[in-house]
Write a protein that binds this ligand. Structure first.
Ligand SMILES: [Zn+2]
Length: 388
């Protein structure tokens, strides 16, 4: 996912970044994309001991007609709408599904709508197929960032076991939860970071936390209120800067700009209003004004009001990014200002992703400056402990 989204053309006009910190990178720093949970949060778990051999069921694919899983012992073929129910596939080796090879076992859930393909894998192996895709393949001087990412992703995984029960598995293998590609793209340094932190998760008052993370905060993180959720004590807005310098400043999304014509916005808003959960949906032909009427404590847009020739409507929080969906892409973030000149509206923003919890680009900079993964995680998740 990361590599598909790395070079969206719409950002080609971004001003070049001026590295101000001690890192003099001549190579552009690849910016990870954000993980965007789109469903409701999972209920607060009861304090309990975590099973170190815990298997997680990952929904790696869905097939409408047929599926094949190629294991060393046997090639398994499945046809949709036959043998309804859950079929377990036993294997001792690594199997291929689609173009990718995976560790662990398998299950196929056959329902009236098709086949859900489920990879049942120990959590520590799951992390090997995840960490390099979520934060990138990093250099040895950023190993503490890989460790921080491993702990955050492991915490997210334990917390979400059972959270997609209605789908027949625990977690999606894409940005709906965490990007997981089986053995494809595994990285030896990431594996070292995973083993060095084996079993460690983030807890608050004895409970595994909801460890959201994102690409680039742009200077300050935000609370989960941007999704209309109740605030959590460990997900608070925190500053990601020190001595006047923002840690994630090397991100290509530190500063961005989007321009729209008035006519284009009419068409976009009509198309996107439902997905953005606008408070009123009605046809209109002119936009008079777009204004930010309220901001969250961290500074992100809380309410955006649009006045048109046929009345006004409002959108709330993170859904605002969807109001501006263009060519299938949301607005990068919610940290923005909007200005108008003649028939052109300009949005200038900072950061990429929802802005909640750990900032991945800030994490990398902190690692390069010598912070440990424990120090880094405790910056982004307020008041947490790191426990086995
Ligand atoms: Zn940041």
């Amino acid at each position: 996912m990361q590599f598909l989204l790395l070079l969206p053309l719409i950002f080609a006009a971004c001003a070049p970044l001026r590295p101000l910190g001690p890192v003099s990178e001549t190579q552009p720093v690849p910016t990870p994309v954000a993980t965007e949970p789109v469903q409701e949060p999972v209920p607060e778990p009861q304090a309990r001991d975590l099973d170190p051999g815990q298997i997680i069921n990952v929904g790696v694919g869905f097939e409408k007609d047929s599926a094949a899983i190629e294991c060393p012992e046997q090639k398994w073929q499945f046809k949709a709408r036959e043998n309804l129910g859950r079929i377990e596939v036993e294997t001792k080796g690594e199997c291929k599904y689609g173009e990718k090879t995976y560790r662990g076992g398998w299950a196929v859930l056959s329902t009236d709508s098709g086949l859900a393909i489920i990879n049942a894998v120990p959590i520590e192996d799951y992390l090997k197929g995840l960490v390099p895709h979520e934060i990138g393949k990093l250099k040895p001087e950023e190993i503490e960032a890989l460790k921080a990412q491993a702990v955050a992703a492991r915490t997210y995984a334990y917390r979400h076991i059972g959270s997609r029960k209605s789908q027949g598995f625990d977690i999606y293998a894409d940005v709906r939860d965490q990007v997981y590609n089986g053995k494809e793209g595994e990285d030896s340094l990431a594996n070292i970071a995973i083993m060095a932190t084996a079993g460690l998760v983030l807890k608050y008052e004895g409970n595994t936390i909801e460890a959201y993370y994102h690409s680039t905060c742009g200077g300050k993180t935000e609370s989960a209120e941007i999704w209309g959720q109740e605030g959590k004590p460990y997900l608070q807005p925190v500053s990601d800067s020190a001595e006047g310098r923002v840690f994630c400043e090397l991100s290509r999304y530190m500063k961005w700009e989007e321009k729209y014509s008035r006519a284009e916005l009419v068409e976009m808003f009509q198309k996107n209003a439902a997905d953005a959960r606008a408070d009123k949906i009605f046809p209109f032909s002119k936009i008079q004004q777009i204004s930010i009427t309220e901001r969250f404590p961290g500074g992100r847009v809380k309410k955006l009001a649009v006045s048109t020739d046929k009345g006004s409507f409002e959108v709330f929080g993170d859904r605002t990014r969807r109001l501006f969906t263009r060519e299938g892409k949301f607005l990068p973030g919610l940290f923005f200002d909007i200005s108008q000149s003649g028939d052109t509206f300009t949005i200038t923003g900072s950061g990429y992703g929802h802005g909640i919890g750990m900032c991945q680009m800030g994490t990398r900079a902190r690692a390069r400056e010598g912070q440990t993964f424990e120090e880094i995680l405790k910056v982004y998740y307020t008041g947490v402990s790191i426990e086995k």
